[in-house]
Design a protein around this ligand. Structure first.
Ligand code: PRP
Ligand code: URA
Ligand code: MG
Length: 207
């Protein structure tokens, strides 16, 4: 299942990120802001329980977060910008990192790092990567998470291609996706069209 966050604030920020004239500083800031807005939607179904709170006026019952604890997992590099932002909203969440880069010729993911919270099986996992293109990187990351025992995984992306969404739905139908937009298609180099270019390079200024 995929949820597209159509809120005008999300769409405006994404449109500015797409603009080739948007520089590193603004791109990073927008990616962080968009991540917070996506997390607001992705975490909509977090469980709460009524707890007694003493306000300055009286005592009453109010909702507090309950249920499974959270883990934010970034697909390196680009996913880091998202977890760095989202952890501000959920400071008790543990953060994991899965290092993958996409081989430019084969477009297949190459793994170089894996560090996950040891109790990930007991946590709700929010996996972040700004770009879901062929879906190969996200599928590889989900496999690492499931091998480590994760049973509740939501994938958060800024931009997705139909090809990537179809692959996740086929390989991991239990993984819900929350994205800001679904673009038209992939070009011959596996880039999302119209897209926003190479997210990692635009975040870190490496090209
Ligand atoms: O869906 P896919 O076809 O696998 O492509 C998407 C992947 O490509 C980009 O990472 P990249 O390999 O450029 O690495 P980086 O984050 O280190 O820049 C992006 O951040 C995703 O991880
Ligand atoms: O369009 C794309 C596809 C993969 N990775 C990116 O950063 N951008
Ligand atoms: Mg990557």
């Amino acid at each position: 299942m995929v949820t597209v966050v159509t809120h005008p604030l999300v769409q405006h920020k994404l449109s500015v990120m797409r603009d080739v004239r948007t520089g590193v500083k603004e791109f990073r800031e927008l990616a962080g802001e968009l991540s917070l807005l996506l997390a607001y939607e992705a975490m909509r179904d977090l469980e709460t329980v009524q707890e007694t709170v003493q306000t300055p006026i009286t005592q009453a019952e109010f909702p507090m977060l309950s249920g499974k604890k959270l883990a934010l997992v970034a697909i390196l590099r680009a996913g880091l910008i998202m977890t760095d932002a989202i952890v501000q909203l959920v400071p008790a969440a543990k953060v994991g990192h899965i290092g993958l880069y996409r081989d430019p010729e084969s477009l297949l993911p190459v793994a170089y790092y894996n560090k996950l919270p040891t109790d990930i099986a007991e946590r709700r996992v929010f996996l972040t990567d700004p770009m879901l293109a062929t879906g190969g990187s996200a599928v590889a990351a989900i496999e690492r998470l499931k091998e480590a025992g994760a049973t509740s995984i939501k994938l958060m992306c800024i931009l997705a291609a139909p090809e990537g969404i179809a692959l996740i739905e086929r390989e991991h139908p239990d993984v819900e996706m929350v994205v800001a937009a679904v673009d038209s298609h992939l070009n011959d180099h596996g880039y999302i069209v119209p897209g926003l270019g190479d997210a990692g390079d635009r975040i870190y200024g490496t090209k």
